[in-house]
Design a protein. Structure first.
Length: 280
């Protein structure tokens, strides 16, 4: 055994420096890789929290939009009922437009006041929807740029279109209210104006309800998609983190084997040289 060890060449000074340099660097890299493993998992958690918060924000914005849509839809339904009452009243008085008692009974001043009030609420809520969409536009586009994200297209122009429709309804209701007042004041010819204005407003309300139904469906899709993306990103982030950690573990293993190899060389060669001297 001693003879076998004597055949190994002794370490030169340069080789000794190289071995210790390699061992030190390998140990430093080993420490960094172990820290990298912990850091990768920590970054995974942070990334999930950040993206989930953003997607939850989208979900909440869509929820606020849906609440506003529901409020408008309720107002539109209420207004359609009141418009129907006006149309029924017009039918009642059309046979006797001079009966002031009947006119005041079926078309009291409170009638147009209620019409204007509900129309104003619809207009105000529609304006709030536009504000919500405009505030969320930047966040919406930022999230949609992520490679795994595919949010449904939802533009502020759709809310603006709804706002324009609400304004048309408000204008039509004001015109109808004016016509009712003039008819009540004795302008018998205004009954046709009231009837036409009521029909126009009713038609606009129907269009608005169709737009509300479409918008609510799209917002519901956005909410569903946002929740799906949260789960998708959580899974994707975990897979990426695990793959990176496995690669880092492989590097750690390689560094450990490299350190062992250099340490074995350091230990065996000096011992072989010492044994050779004892033999002599």
């Amino acid at each position: 055994m001693a003879t076998k060890n004597m055949k190994k060449a002794p370490l030169s000074t340069g080789r000794k420096i190289w071995i210790w340099t390699a061992i030190v660097i390998s140990i430093l890299l080993l420490v960094l890789e172990v820290g990298g493993i912990l850091g990768t998992w920590a970054i995974r958690g942070v990334a999930i929290d950040v993206v989930s918060a953003a997607l939850n924000g989208i979900h909440e914005v869509a929820g606020v939009g849906r609440e506003a849509v529901g409020k408008i839809d309720g107002g539109v339904s209420e207004l359609r009922t009141k418009i129907s009452d006006v149309e029924d009243a017009v039918d009642q008085v059309s046979q006797n437009v001079s009966d002031q008692g009947l006119i005041l009974t079926v078309l009291p001043p409170a009638k147009e006041q209620e019409l204007v009030r509900v129309a104003g609420e619809i207009r105000a809520t529609a304006e709030s929807i536009v504000g919500v969409f405009e505030a969320a536009t930047g966040m919406w586009k930022s999230i949609d740029r992520l490679p795994f994200v595919d949010l449904p297209e939802l533009e502020a122009e759709k809310a603006a279109k709804l706002q324009a429709g609400a304004q048309d309804i408000s204008d039509g209701v004001n015109q109808l209210a004016t016509g009712i007042q003039e008819f009540r004041d004795g302008a018998a010819g205004k009954i046709d104006t009231v009837s036409t204005a009521a029909g126009t407003v009713n038609s606009r309300l129907g269009v608005t309800q169709d737009n509300l139904s479409t918008l609510d469906s799209e917002l519901d899709h956005v909410q569903t998609r946002a929740l799906e993306l949260i789960d998708t990103f959580r899974t994707l982030a975990t897979i990426v983190a695990v793959v990176m950690i496995l690669m880092q573990i492989w590097v750690v293993y390689a560094l450990i084997m490299l350190i062992r190899q250099y340490w074995a060389e350091w230990k065996t060669r000096p011992l072989a040289k010492s044994a050779a001297r004892k033999k002599l």
